[in-house]
Each structure stands twice: as C-alpha cells, then as structure tokens.
Design a protein around this ligand. Structure first.
Ligand code: FES
Length: 148
C-alpha cells in the first residue's frame, strides 16, 4: 500500500472514530440537559401493596412505555407512594439505596439524594431524581411513565 493510501486510511479511521465519539457525547449532553418528557402514564403492576412497607424502597423494572426497561425505586412514605428513576441526574449512573442513611447514593461522582423527595443533598447532580407516576388500587401498586 502506498504511503499516501495508508495515511488516508488512518485519517479515515480516525475521522470515523472521532465522529462516533462526538455523536456519543452529543447524545449524553442531550440526555443531561433535557429532562425526560412527562409521559402519558402507561400503568404497569409493580406488585401487591404488602410488598411496599414504609420507608423501604423496592427496585422495580418498568417497561410500560415501550422503550428500554427502566429501573424504578418504589417507596411507601408516610406521605404516600413515590417512584424514583434509578438514574442519577448528573451523568445517568445507577443510584443505590443505603438504608443506614436513608439516601440514594451515586457511585460515579458521589451525588446523594433524599428518600423523602429525591432532592439532591450532595455531589454534582443538578436536579432531583426523576419521578414516575405511581398509584395504588385494589391492593396493588402501579407505576406509570415519567411524571417529572
Ligand atoms: S453520574 Fe451520578 S454523580 Fe455523576
């Protein structure tokens, strides 16, 4: 292969990889900057009411909107049910619940969210955890699409 052909091939590969990386960052920036649109609630049964004791979030996989399966923490508080998206609002890592502190903690950059409202109390996250619609009916808990 002549020198210019090899060099051209390398430039083409580097340009393609650069374009893919730029597209990936554009996708992440879009997800970071735009909150998920409030969705028309497509209700999905999360389980019997007895599976949701006070202040003990249960992880649930929501598939009701036809998109990707989405992890949701469903928790019964003294003020009612809440359903929080598992993705950190900083860069979308999956938060984990810590019973000892009653917080959702992000392992990536240290954001911390409260159990009672999902608001940020530490780290770089710019917004509270996104929430899903949630309701209780006939002895079951149902989760819907994004509400915020
Ligand atoms: S992705 Fe959660 S703090 Fe950065």
């Amino acid at each position: 292969m002549p020198e210019t052909g090899r060099r051209g091939f390398i430039y083409t590969v580097m340009g393609t990889v650069g374009a893919l990386v730029a597209a990936w960052y554009a996708f992440l920036a879009e997800r970071f900057m735009l909150p998920p649109p409030p969705a028309q609630a497509t209700w999905q049964k999360a389980g019997p009411s007895s599976q949701f004791p006070l202040n003990q979030p249960q992880l649930f996989v929501y598939t009701g909107d036809g998109g990707f399966p989405d992890g949701v923490y469903v928790v019964r508080l003294s003020t009612g049910l809440r359903a929080y998206d598992v993705h950190c609002t900083h860069l979308q890592c999956t938060v984990q619940y810590f019973p000892a502190t009653q917080t959702f903690n992000c392992p990536c950059h240290g954001s911390v969210y409260t159990l009672d409202s999902g608001r940020v109390i530490g780290g770089p996250a710019p917004r509270p955890l996104h929430r899903h619609f949630v309701r209780e009916s006939g002895g079951y808990v149902y989760v819907g699409g994004f509400s915020s």
